[in-house]
Write a protein that binds this ligand. Structure first.
Ligand code: ASP
Length: 362
């Protein structure tokens, strides 16, 4: 176990006879923030203070253990090593707990959820990320409700097995597959959406599950990957993108993979300098994954002329994957799949339910 984290046990209504044990990892984010002395800026606070603000935790009928990052962070500061650390914590406590709830800032929650979905292999227990738009100390906060609902869903079982054995985001009234979700609101309480995949559950007076969409429980042994390759880039296409800009970007030292955010169903300018630059990069061994700038819909190579050319030069279609999941998947595959042909193949297919596989239109 990592010794620079502190754990706290909460004695809930269950005492020691609970048949469900949940492990909570607090990383930071608005959920656990309070205003600084001048009352101007939000800063992370200690986890003990969070528990004081959610006395309802003590009424649960399960065992709760809480682990806090020593220095809780604004999720804008999340780095790859944080993802690896979270994966390791889950691995270390996996056999002793039924489910995991991760309290995380909303800004990069979709990236973290995506990254974890790839780093976990044969995950058979819920890993639910949640956070808040308003700090826990504010009377109108959404933190309490999100935290409590995430715990409830994490604890749910069917025939003795966890109901949702996958990495999810619970926010407001939606339980979303983590690698399908995007932060779409910085103001409303419904901060996350998943245009291309229906919610796994909608919470209201009842929690209604879309059980047929939940990933099946794997039978293999749970394990984690502990490497990600940061030599990736995100290239957003815009009208007027210049040759200088593109060539400079593609000349980034050690660049191995690019997520290219294109228009609509996967379109880019068709200029020959543009296609030649991409083609040269691919010949130099850089993987280029085409994802759409649209929140909904899918890349279809060959639907328009430019994407027909993209396909012919070796750009890979990301289908309906989100840019967040695409970045995480690229980092994951570049670090863990040594065969470039298999990297291409895996980028084009779903590994953890992150994309709906579609054949390209030739
Ligand atoms: N900046 C914050 C974070 O992502 C925003 C939030 O938590 O809502 O940590």
């Amino acid at each position: 176990m990592l010794n620079y984290y502190q754990t706290i046990n909460i004695s809930t209504a269950a005492g020691h006879i609970a048949d469900t044990a949940i492990f909570v990892i607090y990383t930071g984010g608005t959920i656990g923030m309070d205003y600084d002395k001048e009352g101007k800026h939000l800063k992370p606070i200690n986890f003990e203070h969070i528990i004081e603000k959610v006395p309802e935790l003590r009424r649960f009928e399960f065992e709760l253990t809480l682990l806090s990052f020593e220095n809780p962070i604004d999720s804008a500061d999340i780095k790859v090593h944080h993802w690896i650390n979270i994966a390791r914590i889950v691995y270390d406590f996996y056999n002793d707990y039924d489910a995991f709830v991760i309290l995380h800032g909303t800004d990069t929650m979709a990236y973290t959820a995506s990254a974890l979905s790839f780093l976990f292999e044969n995950l058979a227990k819920p890993v639910i990320l949640t956070g808040a738009q308003l700090p826990i100390g504010v009377p109108r906060t959404d933190a309490r409700e999100n935290f409590i609902t995430a715990l409830e869903i994490a604890a749910m079982k069917k025939n003795g097995s966890p109901l949702v054995p996958e990495v999810c985001i619970l926010f407001d009234n939606l339980l979303l597959r983590g690698n399908r979700a995007r932060k779409v609101q910085s103001n409303n309480f419904t901060a996350f959406a998943s245009e291309n995949f229906p919610p796994l559950a909608i919470t209201g007076i009842e929690i209604r599950f879309n059980e047929s969409l939940i990933l099946p429980t794997p039978t293999g042994r749970f394990d984690i990957f502990s490497k990600m390759d940061e030599n990736v880039g995100l290239l957003k296409i815009f009208p007027g993108i210049s040759r200088k800009y593109l060539e400079h970007f593609l000349a980034t030292p050690d660049l191995r993979g690019i997520v290219m955010e294109t228009y609509g169903s996967g379109n880019t300018p068709a200029d020959s300098w543009f296609m030649n630059a991409l083609s040269q990069a691919i010949e130099n061994g850089i993987h280029i994954l085409n994802v759409s700038q649209c929140n909904g819909g899918t890349v279809i190579h060959g639907m328009y002329e430019s994407s027909k050319i993209l396909e012919s030069i070796g750009v890979i279609s990301g289908g309906d994957i989100t840019p967040e999941a695409a970045i995480a998947k690229m980092m994951f595959l570049l670090a863990n799949e040594p065969n470039p042909q298999l990297v291409r193949q895996k980028l084009a297919t779903s590994l953890r339910g992150e994309m709906t596989y579609r054949q390209s239109k030739k």
